[in-house]
Design a protein around this ligand. Sequence first.
Ligand SMILES: NC(=O)c1ccc[n+]([C@@H]2O[C@H](COP(=O)([O-])OP(=O)(O)OC[C@H]3O[C@@H](n4cnc5c(N)ncnc54)[C@H](OP(=O)(O)O)[C@@H]3O)[C@@H](O)[C@H]2O)c1
Length: 359
Amino acid sequence: MWSHEVPSAPNIAIVGVTGAVGQEFLRVIDQRNLPFDNLKLLASARSAGKQVEYQGKTYTVEELTEDSFGDVDIALFSAGGSISKKLGPVAAEAGAVVIDNSSAFRMDPNVPLVVPEVNPEAVQGIEVGNGGSGSSGGGIIANPNCSTIIMLVPVTPLHKAARVKRMVVSTYQAASGAGQAAMDELELQSKEVLEGKAPTCNIFPFQYAFNLFSHNSDIGDDGYNTEETKMVKESHKIWNDTSVGITTTCVRVPVMRAHAESINLEFEHPLDEEEAKRILSEAPGVSIIDDRGGKRFPTPLDASHQDDIYVGRIRNDQSRKQVAGHGIDLFVCGDQLRKGAALNAVQIAELLLAGVPAV
Ligand SMILES: NC(=O)c1ccc[n+]([C@@H]2O[C@H](COP(=O)([O-])OP(=O)(O)OC[C@H]3O[C@@H](n4cnc5c(N)ncnc54)[C@H](OP(=O)(O)O)[C@@H]3O)[C@@H](O)[C@H]2O)c1
């Protein structure tokens, strides 16, 4: 039960609306008919004044400031970690529920880290509908890293069935994961290389087109980059279980949009490929493309602009024959701008507006 009325059409702000995730927010809100009363489009001073045609109306992008949130019920943040750190708490203090796409609050023990198909109950206690009052309510909810979401949507139902003891994951991550400027640079470089010119390297320090490289995030003392570490720590938090062994290798590939992941799972209890397929065929947010005869399996293009995570190459891990049914391999593809960012955040907003299931 809510302590006050949840608005049927909240006031929504999109912070970072001109970016890759921000633009996807507009598409997802429209396609899912997320109800809203007022819509505030926020970005940097560079974009202030830009006109955006949306749902038959003209909106003007406003410069993000500390005063942007007075009448906002839900603030969808995707303008980078430093902006979230600085203004997320300001928005929450003003009474908005902040749904944040950056890594700023993900590991904060007081901030729920939510994938609606996996742990919807984690948003319990956060209420929409105090925008403008500044009295109570508001709060911050974190959207997990895109690679974490794409992995956990299909793996969680298998985990629930047979408990994952250890998983080994390799990612093949698209340019869109690094924002609009990285997508633009991949397109430019592809043309330049085909024309025999030297590639322009502004976003990444070396050639990206027709190449691949270890994920560009910082490397820690343990040799893992921060993208890899996020996948491990966030999964532990979302599953509320730090005992699952997880090791990851994250790689950037010259794909424009949608990440792929190779996932090897070791289970505590037996689970063979037939049962895995059955479970995945019923799992929310999952579609299977797994035609061995036709050699037809998920590709990033299949997943681009789609809501579901596509799963294929579902097979028994032959290296674990001695413990039959205790290992499965998967290949998954998911649109990280969509389920990895904007869609997941909008689903969280829908959850809040519908009322969270009691635990
Ligand atoms: N791309 C993904 O797949 C993905 C997935 C999950 C999470 N995320 C996270 O989402 C955030 C945005 O990523 P993106 O890929 O959309 O980046 P992007 O394409 O580079 O867009 C960045 C957005 O932030 C705005 N911005 C930058 N500095 C600002 C400032 N000082 N004040 C107000 N707005 C400012 C930009 O506005 P201007 O146009 O005015 O500069 C733009 O709207 C990041 O935290 C990223 O880690 C991204």
